[in-house]
Every structure is written in structure tokens, then in C-alpha cells.
Design a protein around this ligand. Structure first.
Ligand code: GBH
Length: 475
């Protein structure tokens, strides 16, 4: 019967969204146009030594001027959905007060172009580009930033609520808090473990306040979600000490956000593990409950698992933990945890490949928030381009294989009951890969930066067939 047919293609649920994702600072360029002011990533990328090769997002993929061509490309690829982010300093340049019309106009035009092509837009409000002025007033470690974010969310909702149905508040708040204020390998490059925890809390609060602002401004049909990068944490061995290391990292990577956002609380073990650093007095009564707002979707970004063990104090950890060469840890209070590279193949980021982690995370949210639809809003791989024997320029069998294996992992979660409604490959285009600059390429579509020429890789042609048919071939 069909249950045992191992050759039939894997069918995905009807209405499943097949998409690709990008973010504003990584693709738009045009950083001084339309009244946009600097974000923390402009400041950071223009600070010598912060980004590989001195790269900046000044031009990036010039998507701000080429969005029509890029939407046409999405059409060619048969995409049913597109996830993009709004640049806060483009639409509210001072992080306060009224919106900038020209900034909103860009996103309205983009949404219209997408809708005209039959592509469902999924709008992310915050993919790491905080207005520099808001950082200068304290950034995410300051409580006021949560209120600023909610005000901004309301402005965008007023302007785009008639066009965009699917809304996401934050992208990967772990990176904003712990890479931005802990290890400092992301903007604004601050390195204080307590600031990182304060930032995490204010991101939770900002999420809750923003959901309220969105609900007030959007039609009832709108769907509101958040994109997290939960960690698939594995203890290196089954010893109690290694399992405890995994528990600590699960708290700092995932439960620090899912606790408040999904359950209205911070878990006791997280507070205990960090008690030597802070008493968490920055959490006011009612904050965790406020962070917990009903959601229409939980979005998971997944690339690689996290393998940990217990380490004696003072051991130098292997660096598979987001340090990125920083002397500062992104894991406050977890200095006795070592991070390991599991054996097996890796992408050009050095990230090991383990599709089972994606199945595991989707099933976790299925159990933890039963009935809430799930989306994979990022998954993909970075590889250098190598010509194949036939001399085709952008043949990328490794990326294709990565996507195929992870889509199988999504299908497995669906087969086990998870209500997964969409998958967005990271990324549509090669783009500004944060501290790695342009050297690291994640695109389904190759970008030749000097000419801005876009060329779909062979993985894009394969993904287009999957997206059009709604099914995944076995081979
Ligand atoms: C996402 O971040 C971003 O949302 C996106 O903008 C970015 O371009 C994309 O992924 C590709 O990087 O870093 O060695 O500790 C992902 C960031 C990647 C952070 C995996 C945690 C764990 C391995 N995450 N990382 S390591």
C-alpha cells in the first residue's frame, strides 16, 4: 500500500507554502535613499575589523532598485510565497514618531508586485537592523526599546495591513540578544552577559507589545507569528553531566524565548543557572504574561544541531558556539559547557548537517503548542561554486542535497502529526552574510555583485519543480 511505497514522491499538504526568504539589510542596499537613516548594521559594518573583507550592506543585491526583476525571478522559480523583512530605519528613521512615507511606499510597491505575481508575502518586522538612534538610547538592553518596537510595528501594520496577511515580529531574537550584546559578533557588537539577558527580555516584551499593536491595526484575518532559531541540542554522551550541559543550553538558546512567548514564564532552571550574573530584576510583574500573546504561527529557522558536553572550568571550548572568534561567550553563565563539531559532512560555514534536528524541533513545537500552525522560515546551505564536468557554471549538488534531505525531514514531522504549513529556503539570492560578508553564498540564485546579474543555480531549478508540483521526488 501507499504507506510502504518507497518510490512514490512525498506529497506535502495542500496549500503548503513553498517559498524563499531574504532580509532587508542583506539584500536592499540603497542605505542612504528615501530618507533612511543608519541602522546598527550600517555602523557595525563600517567599523574596521568587524565584517570579513570590510564588506558592508551599502549596495548588497541592490534589491531596492531591482525588486521588480527579483519578483519576476521568483515567478520563474514557481515560488508561492516570499519572506522579506522591513527595514525599521527606512520606515521610521528616528525610531520614534510618524512613519516616513517613502519608506512605506517601497514596501507597498513590493507587496503589490508580489500579489500581482500570485506570491504570498510573509513580512518580518525585525531582522536585526535596529535604528542607530534607538541603539544610542540604550538598544535592546533598555526597556524603552520594546515600546519603540511596538510603535513601529503599529505603523507598518497601518500601512501594509490591506496587502499583507502574514506577519512575523522578530527574526531569531537569540542572535539579536546573544550575538549582538553577548559575544559581540553581530551589531551592535557589545559584550556584556547581563546586557545580553536584558536584551533577551526586552525582545520578549517587544514581541508581546508588537503582537498587541498588530492585532489592533490588522484585520482579523491577519496571521501573526514569530521566527525563532531554537537549538536542536544533543548531549555528546548520555552521562548526567553532559545531559545537564544540554539542559542549560536548551534554556539559554530556546526556552529563554519560548518560556515567555508561549507559556508566559521564565523557567526556574534558567533563572538559577544565571543567578550569579543577575537577579533578573529587569523583569517586571506581568512582563512574561504580556510576552505570551496568542499566535497564529510559530516559525522555525534551522541549519545545524548543537552538540555539547560538560567541561571543567577554564577549558578552552571548541568554537562551534557562535563565538565567531570573539573572546566573549554568547552563553551567559554557561562557561562549563563545551561545544563540539559532530562527525560527518559540513557546509562551508563549518556547520554539520543533521536533518533530524529539524524534525525534532517541529515535533517539539507540535507538542508544546498543540494546534498552532508551524512554518520553516529559514533552512539552507552555503557552498562555494564549483563548475561541474559539463562546465555549467552554477551547479550546486551539495545545496540541492541539503534542501532535499531537510524537506524529507519536514515531511517526516508532518507524517508524525505536526501541522507544518510552509517552507522557506534561505536564501532566494546570495547576499550580505552578516559578519562573513559576501564571501559566503546561500542563494538558490547566484549574484554576480559587480554586474548584479542573477543566475539561478541548479538547486533553484530543482526547487522550482518541487514548488510547482507540491511533492518531493525520492531521488
Ligand atoms: C540566520 O541566522 C539568519 O536569520 C540569516 O539572516 C542568515 O543569513 C542565515 O541564518 C545564515 O547564516 O554560528 O557556529 O554557533 C542563523 C544564525 C546559525 C546562529 C547557526 C547559530 C549555530 C552555529 N545561526 N548558529 S554557530
Amino acid at each position: 500500500g501507499p504507506a510502504t511505497d518507497t518510490t512514490a514522491p512525498l506529497r506535502f499538504p495542500s496549500g503548503f507554502l513553498w517559498g524563499a526568504a531574504t532580509s532587508a539589510y542583506q539584500i536592499e542596499g540603497a542605505v542612504r535613499e528615501g530618507g533612511r537613516t543608519p541602522s546598527i548594521w550600517d555602523t557595525y559594518s563600517h567599523t574596521p575589523g568587524r565584517v570579513a573583507g570590510g564588506d558592508t550592506g551599502d549596495v548588497a543585491c541592490d534589491h531596492y532598485h531591482r525588486y521588480r526583476e527579483d519578483v519576476a525571478l521568483m515567478s520563474e522559480l514557481g515560488l508561492g510565497a516570499y519572506r522579506f523583512s522591513v527595514s525599521w530605519p527606512r520606515v521610521q528613521p528616528t525610531g520614534r514618531g510618524p512613519a516616513a512615507q517613502r519608506g512605506l511606499d517601497f514596501y507597498r510597491a513590493l507587496a503589490d508586485e508580489l500579489l500581482g505575481a500570485g506570491i504570498t508575502p510573509l513580512l518580518t518586522l525585525y531582522h536585526w537592523d535596529l535604528p542607530q538612534e534607538v541603539e544610542d538610547e540604550g538598544g535592546w538592553p533598555a526597556r524603552e526599546t520594546a515600546h519603540r518596537f511596538a510603535e513601529y510595528a503599529g505603523l507598518v501594520a497601518e500601512a501594509l495591513g490591506d496587502r499583507v496577511e502574514m506577519w512575523t515580529t522578530l527574526n531569531e531574537p537569540w542572535c539579536s540578544a546573544f550575538l549582538g550584546y553577548g559575544s559581540g559578533v553581530h551589531a551592535p557588537g557589545r559584550t556584556d552577559p547581563v546586557d545580553a539577558l536584558r536584551a533577551a527580555h526586552h525582545l520578549n516584551l517587544g514581541h508581546g507589545l508588537a503582537v498587541q499593536a498588530l492585532r489592533a491595526a490588522l484585520p482579523d484575518s491577519a496571521q501573526v507569528s514569530v521566527s525563532l532559531n531554537p537549538a536542536a541540542v544533543r548531549p555528546r554522551t548520555g552521562t548526567p553531566a553532559d545531559r545537564d550541559a544540554a539542559r542549560r543550553i536548551d534554556a539559554l538558546a530556546t526556552r529563554v524565548f519560548t518560556g515567555p512567548m508561549l507559556h508566559g514564564r521564565y523557567d526556574a532552571d534558567l533563572l538559577e543557572d544565571t543567578a550569579q550574573l543577575t537577579d533578573w530584576a529587569f523583569v517586571q510583574d506581568g512582563d512574561p504574561a504580556l510576552a505570551r500573546q496568542p499566535l497564529d504561527g510559530i516559525c522555525v529557522n534551522y541549519y545545524t544541531p548543537t552538540v555539547v558536553s560538560a567541561a571543567p572550568a577554564g577549558t578552552e571550548p571548541e568554537r562551534n558556539d557562535g563565538h565567531g572568534g570573539s573572546a566573549h561567550s554568547p552563553w551567559p553563565g554557561a562557561d562549563r559547557v563545551a561545544f563540539h563539531q559532530p562527525p560527518g559532512s559540513r557546509t562551508a560555514m563549518g556547520w554539520s548537517i543533521d536533518p533530524g534536528g529539524l524534525t525534532e524541533l517541529l515535533l517539539r513545537f507540535h507538542r508544546e503548542s498543540p494546534g498552532t500552525p508551524l512554518y520553516v522560515t529559514e533552512n539552507g546551505a552555503c557552498y562555494p561554486d564549483a563548475p561541474d564536468a559539463e562546465g555549467r557554471r552554477f551547479h550546486d549538488p551539495e545545496r540541492l542535497d541539503y534542501l532535499q534531505r531537510h524537506l524529507r525531514a519536514v515531511h517526516r514531522a508532518v507524517a508524525e502529526g505536526a501541522d507544518v504549513r510552509g517552507y522557506f529556503a534561505w536564501s532566494l539570492l546570495d547576499n550580505f552574510e552578516w559578519a562573513w560578508g559576501y564571501d559566503k553564498r546561500f542563494g538558490l540564485v547566484h549574484v554576480d555583485y559587480p554586474t548584479q546579474r542573477r543566475t539561478p543555480r541548479s538547486s533553484a531549478a530543482w526547487y522550482a519543480r518541487v514548488a510547482r508540483s507540491g511533492e518531493l521526488p525520492r531521488e
